[in-house]
Design a protein around this ligand. Structure first.
Ligand SMILES: [Zn+2]
Length: 113
């Protein structure tokens, strides 16, 4: 009988542990959701501070804001390179330089990609 009692207790412990694990998983998931909400707010704070920086108001984050400005400058340079590449596209039919956005060559009327 003692064996059966032990077995019941053992089974109970397992199901208890399983429900504990489920509960912990749920709680960890809830923590992750809260952390994600904080990250979004951090992003909003950062954006607001940077907007102030661009408007000439120093909120004590000049260095970080300058770094963002540098990265934005870099993005502009990269976008300009893409435009350059696009603008040097050539018509496969007549070789006229055409914009990548153009559907038909303005010179010979050939269909472009
Ligand atoms: Zn052409």
């Amino acid at each position: 009988m003692a064996f059966m009692d032990d077995l019941k207790k053992f089974g109970k412990n397992i199901s208890q542990k399983t429900s504990d694990m489920v509960e912990i998983t749920k709680l960890n998931s809830a923590i992750s959701q809260e952390k994600e909400k904080i990250r979004k707010i951090y992003y909003e704070i950062g954006t607001a501070v940077y907007e102030q920086f661009k408007a000439g108001n120093n909120l004590g984050m000049e260095e970080k804001c300058s770094q963002i400005a540098e990265h934005e400058q870099k993005i502009e340079e990269l976008q300009e390179k893409i435009l350059e590449i696009k603008n040097t596209g050539k018509c496969p039919s007549c070789g006229t330089e055409v914009s990548e956005d153009t559907a038909f060559c303005p010179q010979c009327g050939a269909k472009l990609n």
